[in-house]
Design a protein around this ligand. Structure first.
Ligand code: S3P
Length: 438
């Protein structure tokens, strides 16, 4: 392959040695968003240790700053939030690429006493917003949006809200959190019931901050509440760890330990899936920090086998499905993912994206309406250019697939990795280097 000259193309050279070492990954993105928003809502000064370095969480900080909140960086990953009553923003609030920022802040701003507009980049402006707007309207919110109130920009005329009992047809933590955040300023009780439990960082952090919140199976209820100003420490993001878990499992003789990873059971589906596929995984140093389980994960290269991944587990692995597809190409037999239609509404249509890109590498993968079917094990071939569709998780999945291809590949616009994991390439390079030294 000729030398890469286009600065948008990242060249991935296959590794022909095991990955061995101990790494850390960036802070959990979901918890970082919530820590910043809840810190601001506490109307006090709080410190956040190990805040995410990704662009998505910076979008949340920028939106909060536009609302008058003070944000000070003590060091690269440690920040102080000076919360206070929000001011009416004098410009449109830009959530960038971040679904969590726009949906959670829509919930917060619905009960404000001012006018605000939330928007985002091209990808975010094409994602479904009616799921949040409709229940908030039932609470009395005055919200309008493009394309019949379904797409951002979202205009909000802050108003007095009343609690609702909302039965959601989808398991979405962004939706649940938007309603609960609106419930924090609404009269009466607000309850959200989900078909399956989605990630529960909102509930755990609100409990840690002494909010008036109760949980009964898949129903969460909240009343008007004042948050305690407590400092927050954030664990590493298991969704970022997932790329290294799969790399460790599929690159022969690898042995990787990932330290300080969030192990909240609503997020550990990737561990269950890889274990079911036959991966050797050990959890070490388990502890609890700010209401979240944390520990180290050790993974060793393993012979993988295909499995069925069904709708019950989907909310616990939703962000990991693209990299699970890469693992499945290296598993003996058939892997079937079903009940994952919401994957089409992420930063990209991830079902289409991962199927198209893995096919370029010669994988036997078939797109279905609500998932995909992969027959393994395939030797992936290189000598092609992958696209990442402005989607950080498709970019990183392509990179790991490229590491086991039989010749080098290129990835177009790999910089999208910065949305969640700016240190991704250097973390891989350090592992490859330490393998070379052994
Ligand atoms: C998130 C919830 C999930 C997930 C997203 C982050 C969150 O989205 O895919 O990356 O922080 O609440 P949905 O709530 O849309 O399923």
């Amino acid at each position: 392959m000729k030398h890469v000259q286009d600065k948008n193309l990242k060249e991935i050279i296959p590794v022909n040695k095991p990955l061995k070492g101990v790494i850390e990954i960036p802070a959990d993105k979901s918890i970082s968003h919530r820590a910043a928003i809840f810190g601001a809502l506490s109307k006090n000064k709080i410190s956040i240790t190990n805040f995410s370095s990704g662009a998505d969480c910076k979008s949340t900080l920028n939106v909060l700053m536009q609302l008058g909140i003070g944000i000070d960086y003590i060091s690269e990953k440690n920040i102080i939030i000076s919360g206070k009553e929000f001011n009416e923003p004098c410009n449109v609030l830009d959530a960038g690429n971040s679904g969590t920022t726009i949906r959670l802040m829509t919930g917060v701003l619905a009960g404000s006493n001012f006018y605000s507009v939330l928007t985002g980049d091209q990808s975010l402006r094409s994602r479904p917003m009616a799921r949040v707007i409709n229940p908030l309207r039932t609470m009395g919110a005055n919200i309008f949006a493009r394309e019949n109130d379904t797409k951002a920009p979202i205009s909000i005329i802050g108003s007095k809200l009343s609690g609702i009992d909302f039965n959601s047809t989808i398991a979405s933590a962004q939706l649940k959190s938007a309603i609960l955040l609106a419930g924090m300023s609404a009269d009466g009780m607000t309850s959200v019931t989900e078909p399956f439990k989605s990630r529960d960082h909102t509930e755990r952090l609100l409990k840690y901050l002494d909010a008036d919140i109760s949980i009964n199976n898949n129903t969460v209820s909240i009343k008007k509440t004042v948050l305690a100003p407590k400092d927050i420490t954030i664990p590493g993001d298991i969704s970022s760890a997932a790329f290294f878990l799969v790399a460790g499992a599929i690159i022969p003789d690898s042995e990787i330990t990932i330290q300080n990873v969030g192990l909240n059971s609503t997020r550990t589906g990737i561990i269950d899936v890889l274990k079911n596929m036959g991966a050797e995984i050990t959890i070490l140093n388990e502890r609890i920090e700010c209401g979240e389980e944390v520990g180290d994960i050790k993974i060793c290269y393993s012979d993988l086998k295909g499995i069925i991944i069904d709708k019950e587990i989907i909310p616990r692995v939703i962000d990991e499905l693209p990299i699970i597809a890469v693992a499945a190409t290296q598993a003996e037999g058939t892997t079937i993912v079903k009940g994952a239609e919401d994957l089409r509404h992420k930063e990209s249509d991830r079902i289409k994206a991962i199927c198209t890109e893995l096919k370029k590498l010669g994988a036997d993968i078939q797109e279905t309406e609500d998932g995909f079917i992969i027959h393994g094990k395939s030797k992936l071939k290189g000598n092609c250019t992958l696209e990442c569709y402005h989607d950080h998780r498709i970019a990183m999945s392509g990179y790991i697939a490229g590491m086991i291809a039989d010749s080098q590949i290129q990835i177009n616009e790999f910089h999208w990795v910065n949305i969640s994991f700016p240190e991704f390439t250097s973390t891989i390079e350090n592992l490859v280097e330490s393998a070379t030294l052994q």
